[in-house]
Write a protein that binds this ligand. Structure first.
Ligand SMILES: [Zn+2]
Length: 360
């Protein structure tokens, strides 16, 4: 059954007004960010923020020497997962035509199932488990030069109900990519001018340079079981005027062909909220990074600067200015020789594994 044209304005209105709740998007982002610290080796934000009162040199050292040491471990897990899936036997029962199509189909050197597996591992497992997978009709995909299977970042989901799911199409919309270099944070402080607690929002440098997608002009894809609607705001028209294109499926489907990448269910609200299959690594990985970061801070503060305190006047017996009295010999006719402890320098310095610091 094609999408009833009289229902289209209502569907678009629903998609525009009943957008995904902010808490959900925040939650999805939190899960994705925590995961990407390890899967993508992004700087763990606590490395920067956890000790606001530490010496700036120490913090700078920790940030400058930061290495994503947990990336290897988590990818070993993910690769094992990929191997298990790709070596498992699946049987798919479909009609002859579809079977033939699946046999022949190739995109980027993969058949459809391998393409999905690869993308699923990289997106749902390693990046954003609440992002959506969308299956476009093969004819439409071929026309657009895309694989029928596409992935949607969770931040681009627009609305979700039992009858429809809509999202901003990254392919069709005008988008800009950029690396985030600042972050906005809100802090509570005691404000003497009002004699009470106050809040301020400030922009701070973030060392966690994540790729950000900025949508300049959005084009929304809205899926139902009967087909999908592509809509964009008309140019220079009023708020609620849209250019709408409808693509009907040849047959109504039993489910909307849009599904979350998923993983273990971390919680459920009116929809399931997912974590990645490797999310259980996150707490351990965070602690590993934090421990290592603290070790580097301690190393900097206590190994290197302390060397200056360790150069002390020589305590060798009878040492004066690096000289000690001795028997007059041919080598030391005056009866004075360099102190055997400080070798004539009058200072002794403890050795570190690195070097000896000599103050001027
Ligand atoms: Zn000495």
């Amino acid at each position: 059954m094609p999408i009833d044209p009289s229902l289209v304005p209502g569907l678009v209105k629903y998609s525009e007004t009943k957008t995904l709740q902010k808490w959900k998007k925040d939650y999805f982002e939190k899960i994705a960010v925590a995961l990407q610290v390890h899967t993508k080796g992004q700087l763990f934000s606590k490395v920067d923020t956890l000790f606001p009162n530490e010496h700036p040199d120490s913090k700078a050292h920790c940030i400058a020497t930061y290495e994503p040491i947990t990336k290897g471990s988590v990818w070993k897990g993910i690769n094992n997962l990929l191997r298990i899936f790709s070596s498992s036997a699946f049987s798919i029962n479909v009609g002859e035509d579809l079977h033939e199509w699946l046999e022949e189909y190739e995109y980027g050197g993969h058949n459809l199932l391998n393409y999905f597996l690869e993308m699923w591992v990289h997106k749902a497992v390693a990046e954003d488990p609440n992002g959506l997978f969308v299956v476009y009709p093969p004819d439409y995909a071929e026309e657009q030069g895309i694989c029928p299977l596409q992935w949607v970042r969770s931040e681009l989901i627009k609305s979700r109900s039992r009858d429809s799911i809509s999202f901003v199409s990254e392919l069709d919309s005008e988008v800009e990519y950029q690396y985030d270099t600042t972050a906005t944070k809100r802090e509570i402080f005691e404000d003497p001018s009002v004699g009470a607690m106050n809040a301020r929002t400030c922009t701070v440098t973030t060392y966690n340079e994540r790729l950000k997608v900025k949508v300049i002009k959005e084009v929304v894809h809205l899926f139902t079981v009967d087909g999908f609607i592509i809509y964009r705001r008309g140019d220079g028209s009023t708020e609620n005027q849209f250019n709408i294109t409808t693509v009907n499926f040849p047959e109504p489907l039993s489910i909307i062909p849009v599904f979350p990448g998923g993983g273990p269910v971390s919680d459920r609200a009116d929809q399931l909220l997912f974590e990645s299959f490797v999310q259980s690594f996150v707490p351990f990985g965070n602690l590993a990074l934090l421990q290592h970061r603290n070790h580097r801070a301690v190393d900097l503060q206590f190994s290197y600067p302390r060397l200056s305190e360790l150069q002390v006047p020589c305590d060798g017996q009878g040492c004066t200015g690096g000289k000690v009295k001795c028997r007059k010999t041919r080598l030391f006719p005056e009866g004075i020789m360099p102190c055997p402890r400080c070798k004539g320098s009058s200072f002794v310095t403890a050795q570190s594994p690195y070097k000896v610091y000599t103050p001027k």
